[in-house]
Design a protein around this ligand. Structure first.
Ligand SMILES: *[C@@H]1O[C@H](CO)[C@@H](O)[C@H](O)[C@H]1NC(C)=O
Ligand SMILES: *[C@@H]1O[C@H](CO)[C@@H](O)[C@H](O)[C@H]1NC(C)=O
Length: 450
């Protein structure tokens, strides 16, 4: 073999290697995504565990407004689910009554190392940002979300909602299908922050936040009993003003050990499939399953109608026992400026008033304080009444004694008397305002009043 030929064949081999490295790498998940993946602690008493996505699809039927779709559809799976996007408002409705607690709805428990066998309840989606930022979304899927019962309503609101089935322990806010997630933002492959989804919103932390527990580079996540909201600390976590989520170190779950991995391309809004971390350099993935991402419908039944005997509500507040199932990962705002979602939910008036009530309660309403507040309010109302009466009598008297009001002549001043009163009344407040605002130019008080 001539030297030239040898060189040429070496170059070919090298090119092949480079080619391989380039293109199989594009199917690989960067190491840091698994290395810093969350460890989830499922609640010891949670009857609804992480659930296999395909199993869920196979035990549900697409419906629109509770009715079957007329067209003949093929058996659905994770590769064709998005054919349902040909219809509007599709819900994957459960084939079983949720109250009968079918096995598939209860999901699969992990083994003692945290691995879930024979089920894939986790979806990891990587989103590239400028400046070497990568957002890794770790989505957790549960076939059923069990809302709180009366035991999870904070005092004293539990007394208000006590009636009916709620008083007997009925759980409310339940739904078929439950998508939760953490998001970790990586900069140059290093984690910088994490998001925990909790009900309609969640919580964001810097990686070094003392409230986070990070063990061997992996953040600890507590999945609340039934609702699967994610928290950084165990015990009772309060959400939506007056509801309690219970968390404990029940069962360890290492979600990335049984997950589908995808990459989301912002420019064209498509996702491509990646190989799981233990199948590195193995070329194009054996499956796509991207359909699970593209599917626009919901993953559980629509809220049951009020005429359905299984439906019920919380007295006074009206919260329903069964709610709509959620939409999938595509609808969790995976393109983010910050670690938290770009759009955050607004407080409903009910939350707002419950918030005021819950704040006021321990300060002014609880036990004997309630009586003090009551007496105080009664005296206040009485004094106001007296005040108004005196003012009216005085005003009327003045009106008749002096005639109509007199207009001030131009240049006429009634300053001095009022100025002094004002100064006494407001001086302390003015000073405190100045303390709060050192940047405020020191104004000449005289100028302000003249
Ligand atoms: C509320 O739910 C929890 C968990 O299922 C249960 O232990 C408790 O007994 C329930 N409370 C009532 C009043 O039924
Ligand atoms: C996955 O999708 C790509 C692009 O559409 C296609 O070329 C490939 O054959 C698909 N792989 C499998 C296993 O279906």
């Amino acid at each position: 073999m001539s030297a030239r030929l040898i060189l040429a064949s070496w170059l070919l081999v090298l090119a092949g290697l480079l080619d391989f490295a380039c293109c199989s790498a594009s199917y690989d998940v960067p190491d840091y995504v698994a290395k810093h993946a969350p460890i989830v602690w499922l609640h010891s008493d949670d009857p609804y565990l992480p659930s296999d996505l395909l199993t869920h699809v196979q035990h549900t039927t697409p419906k629109i407004d509770g009715k079957f779709i007329k067209d003949k559809l093929p058996a659905l799976n994770l590769d064709n689910l998005d054919l349902l996007n040909n219809y509007r408002d599709v819900a994957l409705a459960s084939n079983d009554d949720p109250l009968s607690n079918p096995a598939w709805m209860r999901g699969t428990a992990p083994d003692k190392d945290g691995r879930i066998h024979d089920a894939t309840p986790c979806v990891v989606i990587l989103v590239d940002n400028p400046f070497n930022d990568v957002d890794a979304f770790y989505f957790y899927f549960y076939s059923f979300d069990q809302g709180p019962n009366i035991t999870q309503v904070l005092h004293p609101l539990e007394r208000i909602v006590k009636g009916g089935k709620v008083g007997q322990g009925m759980h409310f806010g339940n739904h078929v299908g439950d998508w939760e997630h953490n998001m970790i933002r990586f900069k140059d492959g290093k984690p910088v922050g994490i998001w925990y989804s909790q009900h309609r919103d969640g919580a964001a932390y810097q990686w070094g936040d003392p409230e986070l527990t990070v063990t061997d580079g992996r953040p600890t996540v507590y999945s609340a009993r039934g609702s699967h909201a994610n928290y950084a600390k165990p015990g009772d976590n309060i959400h939506d003003v007056a509801l309690i989520d219970w968390c404990d170190k029940g069962k360890k779950w290492d979600p990335v050990l049984s997950a589908y991995f995808f990459k989301y391309h912002k420019s064209n809004e498509i996702v491509t499939t990646l190989n799981p971390p233990d199948k590195k350099n193995s070329g194009p993935p054996a499956h796509n399953y991207t359909s699970l991402f593209y599917y626009d419908g919901t993953w559980g039944d629509d809220q049951l109608s009020d005429s359905d005997p299984r439906q019920d509500h919380v007295p006074k507040f009206g919260f329903r026992r069964f709610l709509d199932g959620p939409q999938g990962p595509k609808y969790k705002q995976i393109v983010r400026k910050e670690i938290y979602p770009n759009r955050r939910p607004k407080k409903t008036w009910i939350e707002f008033s419950a918030g005021i009530f819950m704040t006021a309660y321990p300060l002014a309403l609880e036990g004997w304080r309630g009586w003090v507040t009551f007496v105080f309010v009664v005296i206040l109302i009485f004094l106001l009444g007296v005040g108004v009466k005196v003012a009216i009598t005085k005003g009327v008297r003045r009106y008749y004694s002096k005639g109509r009001y007199q207009k001030l002549q131009q240049g006429e001043q009634i300053l001095m008397e009022d100025f002094e009163t004002n100064e006494v009344l407001f001086s302390s407040r003015d000073r405190s305002m100045e303390r709060d605002r050192p940047d405020r130019p020191d104004r000449d008080r005289g100028d302000e009043f003249v």
